[in-house]
Ligand binder design. Structure first.
Ligand code: GLC
Length: 549
């Protein structure tokens, strides 16, 4: 039997926006536990939880102050243990989010470092360096923070004079750890063991292509600076460096020392699929998100090129692909596919440009059907099963994303895909918080979401939620007859420039991205289609799975 993770459907729980059990307007473990039956009924195999650790929440939990405790916002260790057990009872595996590139500035190690002298052991766990220029007032390198401004912040010495600078590739409250330090390496292996001992099934690795830095600290100079998405290929000073791979060989030994299959998924925004494959050799990580497909426009040639490139390079290392359309950092794809420009365009998100929501949702349904027919695993970002759009008009007073670079220019950015889920009812909080809640949801939900609640969609056989449920049920049924990990993808001769058509074992998958209906082959019946198929004509922007009659 194939390993569970090679073809798993994994649901991303953005915990602060999933379900609020205690009525404070923020999602938590109690809320998640109460919704496990919904997740089991959806038909997913595992959950990935965004960080739930103790944190000042400057970057929604990606600034961790204690990796072995839950933030009281979300619950405590007893809640975590109960969740792990109950998820397993529902047949759902649980993957945590580990954040190794940086800690919070409130982490005990960083506080010790600030209180210690330059050159001390406490400072050696981070990157402290003298500034440039006669008085050290220039940052040590020209590296920019992903969130805007320089990646260095100057400290103040005990005598009140300006001191060394520390590195933070993200917000100043997220100092980067020094991964050449053996204490850092030991500590993270210990953190992995702490959670593996409690029974978690794996980890999503935050900024997995980060961690190590060029010890010479060269300037970026003429290199393309900036976002995670533009990481250069060879010999970048802080992204996608070879030394990082050795860390994952140690981590793999830790995971393999446990019963059951405990796994890693890398968040690695690197140049292309061949760079991703370096992380996925048999002695390193198990899987990585496929951001190539997530970035692709709604265009059959671009999608096919990406699919082929991914399958080729991952086959060479024996790793399964994992296809993903949305997450908590990028624009929701039901909105992206409804614009004239359908590729990721993350830096601007194209807020304010026209969106055809009905078109976007229709394409989103076809896209999820397409990726679930591909070899490997898939991810569902919470709310996409309800066809949720990006919320583009959050008022500035509620924006929380620390990402200044985008915020200054374009709008709420990542907050727009993080709005709490609508579960039921006619008005906010739409069942997100219990009756009598003391606070409104941490981001306001659009009034129109009354049409999109899970409760409403459960009653409607044509809803996007119903499509997901049927799709995942049928996927499961057909894993053994062609949709499973082992079966190759064979492009069909009918595949045209703007139609994707391929065979996986007994199942044929068609996705019509052209401007006209496409005739499906005779002798086959439709197993499931994302839009009604009349007279074997597959409508535009729809997908269908077929099997021989
Ligand atoms: C990853 C996370 C993102 C976070 C960043 C810094 O990209 O997905 O949400 O802001 O890392 O930890």
């Amino acid at each position: 039997m194939s390993s569970w993770w090679r073809e798993a459907v994994i649901y991303q729980v953005y915990i602060r926006s999933f379900a609020d059990g205690n009525g404070d307007g923020v999602g938590d473990v109690a809320g998640l536990r109460s919704r496990l039956p919904y997740l089991a009924a959806l038909g997913v195999d595992a959950l990935w939880l965004n960080p739930w650790y103790a944190s000042p929440q400057v970057d929604a939990g990606y600034d961790v102050s204690d990796y072995r405790r839950l933030d009281p916002l979300f619950g405590d260790l007893d809640d975590a243990k109960a969740l792990i057990q109950e998820a397993h009872e529902h047949g759902l595996r649980l993957i945590l989010d580990i954040v190794p590139n940086h800690t919070s500035d409130q982490h005990a190690w960083f506080q010790q470092a600030l209180a210690s002298a330059p050159g001390s052991e406490a400072r050696a766990r981070y990157h402290f360096r003298p500034g440039r220029g006669a008085d050290g007032s220039e940052p040590p390198t020209d590296w920019p923070s992903i969130f805007g401004g320089p990646a260095w912040t100057r400290t103040v010495n005990a005598d009140g004079k300006p001191g060394d600078w520390y590195l933070h590739l993200f917000a100043p409250e997220q100092p980067d750890l020094n991964w050449t330090n053996p204490q850092v390496r030991r500590e993270f292996e210990d953190i992995l063991r702490f959670w593996l001992d409690l029974g978690v099934d794996g980890f999503r690795i935050d900024v997995a292509h980060g961690l190590t830095k060029d010890p010479a600290f060269p300037d970026l100079a003429s290199r393309e600076a900036g976002g995670m998405l533009d990481a250069a290929t060879e010999d970048h000073p802080y992204f996608d460096r070879d030394e990082t791979l050795a860390i994952y060989e140690d981590w793999r030994r830790v995971a393999d020392s446990y019963e059951g299959e405990r796994v890693f998924v890398a968040e690695a925004w690197v140049a292309d699929a061949s760079r991703v494959a370096r992380y996925l050799t048999p002695t390193r990580l198990h899987t990585a998100f496929n951001f190539g497909l997530l970035s692709c426009p709604w265009d059959a040639t671009a999608l096919r090129t990406e699919i082929d490139a991914t399958l080729d390079v991952l086959a060479a290392v024996g790793a399964p692909p994992t296809w993903v359309l949305s997450n908590h950092d990028v624009i929701r794809h039901a909105t992206r596919y409804g614009r004239a420009h359908t590729s990721l365009a993350n830096a601007r998100r194209l807020y304010g440009t026209p969106v055809d929501h009905a078109l976007g949702e229709r394409r989103a349904r076809a896209a999820v059907q397409l990726i679930n027919a591909l070899p490997g695993g898939t991810y569902v970002y919470q709310g996409e099963e309800l066809g949720l759009p990006e919320v583009e008009d959050l008022p500035p007073s509620v924006w929380q994303d620390p990402n200044r670079r985008y915020k200054d220019h374009d709008g709420p950015v990542r907050d727009g895909c993080r709005v709490p889920l609508p579960w039921s009812g006619d008005a906010p909080p739409f069942g997100f918080s219990p009756e009598g809640a003391t606070a409104p949801p941490w981001l306001p939900q659009p009034a129109e979401w009354k049409e999109r609640t899970a409760a409403t969609q459960e009653q409607d056989a044509d809803s996007t939620l119903s499509h997901y449920r049927t799709l995942l049920r049928i996927r499961r049924e057909w894993l053994g007859r062609g949709l499973g990990d082992g079966a190759a993808l064979e492009w069909l001769p009918q595949a045209a420039e703007d139609v994707l058509a391929f065979r996986r074992g007994e199942v044929l998958c068609y996705a019509n991205l052209s401007a006209a209906a496409v005739q499906l082959p005779a002798g086959y019946r439709v197993l499931i289609a994302s839009e009604p198929v009349a007279g074997a004509a597959l409508p535009v922007d729809a997908a269908a799975w077929l099997v021989a009659e």
